[in-house]
Ligand binder design. Structure first.
Ligand code: NAP
Length: 526
């Protein structure tokens, strides 16, 4: 799979060789359609049946304008979760017996359906998450490519079944990877399509049945994913959709004894809770991709303009709410002044506003908790250092009804907590370093190990960075995004340390096999 495509309607997070006029036209049309569908009432789906509960519904409003109700979603109960897991458990052997070839075909069909609907999916995400058009389209495209890429892994491995050597002439030995049974997939709000799709398609193509829970901020996009899989041919008892509140059903999802595996993307705190609890009786697979506090090191030999551009894009894309977002920079003191001036200039140039609009780069954050986190982080920054740009909530005029925050650059001493804590809001800390050694040491001080960027023209420095930086995803001299831009089959996405669990991440060649367990079969033929 490559990042470049001849499809003039395709974009990724870092390529835009597409026909932009056509793309914007299609997005506008899709936006009009999904807006006309706002405010409906939605059920959960267990065994294909529409169900509702007595619990307070999830009123899904847009962070762009909180008066806009996108939909009202059923809040699943613990009983619903138990029912979904029981059904998924009953269906597990049948889904495995369907065979990998059929499952692969269904997944490729699902990828085609995502491509068919990508403008509506993107419009929906833009309204629900506050993503810009390009980010939303990238998310939808990535979702389709992820499904194909994981299905391809199954094909390349011929279903992970192979004949083995004989120890005696009368035996027949086979080794195969088989599904764990029921997987639970729990998704975060920020990439509701790509991450939901990636995690669930890998589990399904591997032969597991699935209970899917989207974040409570993004059930609208999550439900589209459910319908796409069902339309592609995933049977009703194999896939179940439970929108709901993590505080109500979260624990029930992974505590059920019939759950064979969990795939989770989200915060470190929730992830650790699941990981530690899930294996309380015996070790079970818990695949997790967690938070980050992603650093970029800028050396004195760097192309300073490229570094400032790359940091600006990675810091302000999706309002710093990407797990890979750049949230701290260590810049060599010889170029610190020039770099900071350019970064400030580029930050002031970004267009802030309603992210469904054509030229807007920077929209709102997801919810009031994010606003509160920003306000706390700004106070911390003021105490420890100085705010160079931003620092305020925007609430005038068009911003009045949304969660809009100014992109904020902070200069602080390297000991400040603004360099350690994941805020997941638009705050970027800058600190000065004397050497590469110091930059790497500071970068590695945090508990996280997700992505890191590096700008230098010195090959020896680049090698040292690769060897010593403690993260799973690295980028060197990337003007289009200093720490961001993973893509299936091109740049895998693995969290080290507190940013992940298995050491093998999404978008990479080792992903699907993690959803399976080995069985060795020996038959004596006399
Ligand atoms: P979050 O608060 O951890 O929520 C993630 C999911 O967990 C949501 O569906 C949430 O449901 C659910 N949940 C809450 N409590 C639970 C429990 N006790 N048991 C099971 N599930 C529970 O994360 P978020 O705010 O959605 O996403 C932001 C975080 O995700 C950041 O830390 C970011 O770095 C990380 N992230 C990492 C990656 C990566 O690939 N490494 C990618 C994207 C995001 P509710 O929404 O209903 O609470």
């Amino acid at each position: 799979m490559t990042t470049q495509s001849p499809d003039p309607m395709k974009i990724t997070y870092t390529t835009s060789a597409a026909d932009m006029e056509k793309i914007h036209g299609a997005f506008d049309k899709a936006l009009e359609k999904v807006r006309s569908e706002c405010g409906r009432d939605y059920p959960i789906y267990i065994n294909g049946k529409e169900l509702r509960s007595e619990l307070p519904r999830i009123v899904d409003t847009s962070p762009i304008d909180t008066d806009l109700v996108l939909g009202e979603f059923t809040s699943a109960s613990v009983e619903h979760v138990n029912q979904a897991i029981e059904s998924a458990y009953q269906a597990r052997l049948k889904w495995e017996k369907v065979g990998w070839q059929k499952r692969v075909a269904i997944m490729h069909e699902a990828a085609d359906l995502v491509r068919r609907d990508k403008f509506e999916i993107a419009a929906c995400m833009s309204l629900e998450v506050g993503k810009s058009r390009m980010e939303s389209l990238g998310d939808a495209e990535e979702a389709a490519d992820l499904i194909d890429y994981y299905a391809q892994q199954m094909e390349n491995a011929h279903g992970y079944r192979q004949k083995m050597d004989k120890l005696t002439p009368i035996e027949d030995n086979t080794d195969l990877l088989r599904p764990f049974g029921v997987f639970v997939c729990i998704a975060p709000f920020n990439f509701p399509m790509a991450l939901g799709c990636g995690m669930s398609s890998a589990a399904l193509v591997a032969g597991n049945t699935l209970v899917f829970k989207p974040a409570q901020d993004t059930p609208w996009t999550g439900l589209r994913l459910y319908h796409i899989f069902r339309e592609a041919g995933v049977p009703e008892d194999v896939l179940h959709f439970v929108s709901g509140r993590g505080s109500v059903i979260g624990d029930a999802l992974w505590q059920h004894p019939k759950v064979g595996g969990v795939v989770f993307t989200g915060s470190k705190d929730v992830g650790n809770r699941i990981f530690n609890g899930f294996s309380a009786k015996w070790a079970k697979p818990c695949l997790m991709e967690l938070g980050g506090k992603n650093a970029c090191i800028v050396m004195d030999s760097a192309d300073v303009d490229a570094a400032a551009e790359g940091v600006m894009k990675s810091a302000w894309g999706l309002q710093n709410q990407k797990c890979s977002a750049c949230s701290r920079v260590y810049v060599h003191k010889k170029v610190a002044e020039e770099f900071t001036a350019k970064l400030i200039e580029k930050t002031r140039e970004i267009s802030i506003g309603d992210p469904t609009e054509r030229d807007v780069y920077f929209g709102p954050v997801i919810n009031p908790s994010a606003v509160a986190k920003y306000e706390r982080a700004v106070e911390m920054a003021k105490k420890d250092g100085s705010i160079l740009v931003g620092g305020k909530r925007m609430s005038d005029g068009a911003f009045a009804k949304g969660y809009y925050l100014e992109p904020t650059i902070v200069k602080a001493p390297l000991t400040s907590s603004v360099f350690r804590e994941e805020f997941f809001v638009p705050i970027l800390a800058i600190g000065e370093i004397d050497s590469l050694e110091q930059g790497i040491e500071e970068s590695n001080k945090v508990e996280y190990g997700l992505t890191a960027g590096f700008f230098s023209k010195d090959k020896a420095e680049v090698e040292k960075f690769f060897d010593e930086i403690e993260v799973g995803v690295t980028y060197v001299n990337k003007r289009s995004g200093a720490t961001t831009g993973a893509w299936p089959g091109a740049q895998p996405f693995t969290g080290w340390k507190a940013s992940g669990a298995s050491g093998k991440g999404g978008c990479g060649p080792y992903y699907v096999m993690q959803f399976m367990r080995e069985q060795s079969r020996c038959v004596i033929e006399e």
